[in-house]
Design a protein around this ligand. Structure first.
Ligand SMILES: [Zn+2]
Length: 186
């Protein structure tokens, strides 16, 4: 179509510190001589709105799984905004930081006519101080699921017609492989 399309709807509120430490050994083709690059976007993405806002933590261990989960498991490919922020909705449920977070989330909801929000939190989240901050697996689970449910209540209070889906993810060993496990929180 000859148009330059902003590739994806990703909004990054903060740069993940972990990325600074894990520099890729692959060459960055844009570092040399002001070179430019164009990436093709799907025709399905060439429109002015999308249905869903996905909110996740920035944690690098879950990045690929989060994309696969949204694209394939939830069937949202080319149809979602993605806000990635340390601790996922941790700062949304905190009254001191709630208004700032809500203003960013609300921008997506109003700008792209969002009718569904998918919130994903994860165990061992640095935004909460890691698993060690909770004292037990049960305490961690109860806090994370309570925060997810509070985030849902806050969204629905502001946007009563919004559908809000909650998921908790964790790393699990399966044989020699480490897998990301998703649990739907009702
Ligand atoms: Zn996290």
């Amino acid at each position: 179509m000859g148009k330059t399309i902003f590739a994806g709807c990703i909004v990054s509120l903060f740069l993940p510190a972990s990325c600074m430490l894990n520099k890729s050994s692959l060459p960055d083709r844009l570092l040399d001589n002001n070179q430019q690059i164009s990436l093709t976007v799907s025709q399905d993405a060439v429109r002015s709105d999308c249905d869903t806002l996905v909110i996740t933590c920035i944690d690098y261990r879950f990045v690929i799984a989060n994309q696969d989960f949204a694209n394939d498991t939830l069937g949202l490919k080319d149809n979602y905004d993605h806000i990635s922020i340390p601790g996922s909705i941790h700062n949304l449920v905190n009254p001191e930081t709630r208004s700032l977070l809500f203003s960013k989330f609300a921008l997506s909801v109003s700008m792209h006519l969002i009718n569904r929000v998918v919130v994903v939190s994860h165990r061992d989240c640095g935004g909460y101080g890691g698993s060690a901050a909770f004292g037990s697996e049960i305490a961690e689970y109860e806090t994370l699921t309570a925060d997810l449910k509070m985030a849902r209540d806050l969204f629905i209070e502001k946007y009563p017609t919004l559908k809000v889906d909650l998921y908790l993810e964790s790393l699990k060993k399966e044989g020699d492989e480490e897998k990301v496990h998703f649990e739907k929180i009702l």
